[in-house]
Design a protein around this ligand. Structure first.
Ligand SMILES: [Zn+2]
Length: 145
């Protein structure tokens, strides 16, 4: 689906550094949104691993103007919710030396815990850490409440 210029500027924040949407991709006739596709998880993990400059997560996908009501990630202090841990199967060799391999408490898949996450979890008991896949499922369920 082609995204209107107005949306690209105001929602996707095209060309606006780190705020630019991470899910934008060049399609056959202009920029397309990959948020509601299978590429989403891969893009999330690329942002997480530091491979992407565009880090924005600004809407519900396909340039939908509705703002994200239940953000899964990025997570800011004070938010409740889920902390996504990148999965070992998606990032076999992380570049961060502080990443420690842990098991997802929900499904047992191998995933990476960083120093920053350990700090957040210690100070925010409401927060649950789980692998990307579980956090996505939990986030989607949470939205229906
Ligand atoms: Zn899991």
């Amino acid at each position: 689906m082609k995204i209107p210029d107005e949306t690209l500027k105001n929602i996707c924040k095209l060309g606006q550094g780190n705020e630019c949407c991470r899910y934008l991709a060049c399609g056959a006739d202009g920029l397309e949104c990959l948020k509601n596709t299978s590429a989403r998880r891969l893009l999330d993990e690329r942002v997480e691993s530091g491979a992407m400059n565009a880090m924005g997560d600004n809407c519900l996908g396909d340039g939908a103007v509705a703002q994200l009501d239940a953000k899964i990630w990025p997570w800011k202090p004070g938010d409740k919710g889920f902390l996504c841990m990148p999965m070992q199967k998606n990032i076999p060799n992380p570049r961060h030396s502080d990443w420690k391999l842990v098991e997802c408490p929900n499904c047992g898949n191998g995933c990476w815990e960083s120093d920053q996450r350990r700090e957040l979890l210690k100070n925010n008991l409401e927060l649950k850490a789980m692998c990307t896949e579980c956090a996505l499922v939990a986030g989607i369920k949470g939205r229906g409440d």
